[in-house]
Design a protein around this ligand. Structure first.
Ligand SMILES: CC(C)(COP(=O)(O)OP(=O)(O)OC[C@H]1O[C@@H](n2cnc3c(N)ncnc32)[C@H](O)[C@@H]1OP(=O)(O)O)[C@@H](O)C(=O)NCCC(=O)NCCS
Length: 157
């Protein structure tokens, strides 16, 4: 794993533009930089993290959008650049997000994921999450069930 990885809270316009571009490379319904900006400005519980790698050039390699609501961390969106997967970057990013949420008082974490998303399900299992519920036909484009995952012992990860 590279020691040139930097994880920070995203806030600047450039951060939001880069996260939006990474979303567009990853999801069928990406968020715009403007909607990311609106959420950060209007949602007290919202946190947005950007992961960069410092090499010959500085590149955005991942992001995580979440809420910390009392003792719960809600992971709303997470992605790693398609060319940088299976390097442990999502694990590193989630561990950093978990640590900051624990410092803010969170004791458990939850998220929803498409039933067919095997890489994400493997990642979350690797980090101690387990499936606790199903939301039928929750997603569109394409329509698919969501699995609801919880990690009940966040501080232990
Ligand atoms: C899911 C995602 C974030 C994983 O990012 P990543 O940086 O490749 O994950 P890591 O390298 O930290 O993987 C950690 C572990 O998760 C599991 N895993 C990750 N990707 C996997 C894959 N494609 N197939 C099987 N297991 C996988 C493995 O156990 C892996 O450990 P290992 O490499 O030592 O075997 C990435 O594939 C992605 O951005 N996907 C598209 C967006 C997405 O699905 N986001 C989640 C929506 S809730």
């Amino acid at each position: 794993m590279s020691d040139a990885i930097e994880i920070t809270r995203a806030a600047a316009d450039d951060d939001l533009t880069e996260i939006s571009a990474l979303q567009a490379r990853t999801f069928t319904n990406p968020w715009s930089a403007e909607s990311l900006r609106w959420e950060l400005a209007n949602t007290d519980v919202a946190r947005l993290y950007i992961m960069r790698e410092h090499g010959r050039i500085v590149r955005t390699v991942g992001y995580c959008a979440c809420w910390v609501i009392f003792d719960e961390l809600h992971i709303n969106s997470l992605a790693v650049d398609p060319d940088e997967r299976r390097r442990g970057l999502a694990s590193q990013l989630l561990r950093a997000v978990h640590a900051e949420a624990v410092a803010a008082g969170a004791t458990k974490a939850t998220l929803e994921v498409r039933r067919s998303n095997e890489p994400a399900l493997a990642l979350y299992a690797h980090l101690g999450y387990a499936v606790e519920a199903v939301r039928k036909d929750y997603y569109e484009q394409p329509r698919e069930d969501a699995l609801v995952l919880w990690c009940r012992r966040l501080a232990a990860i």
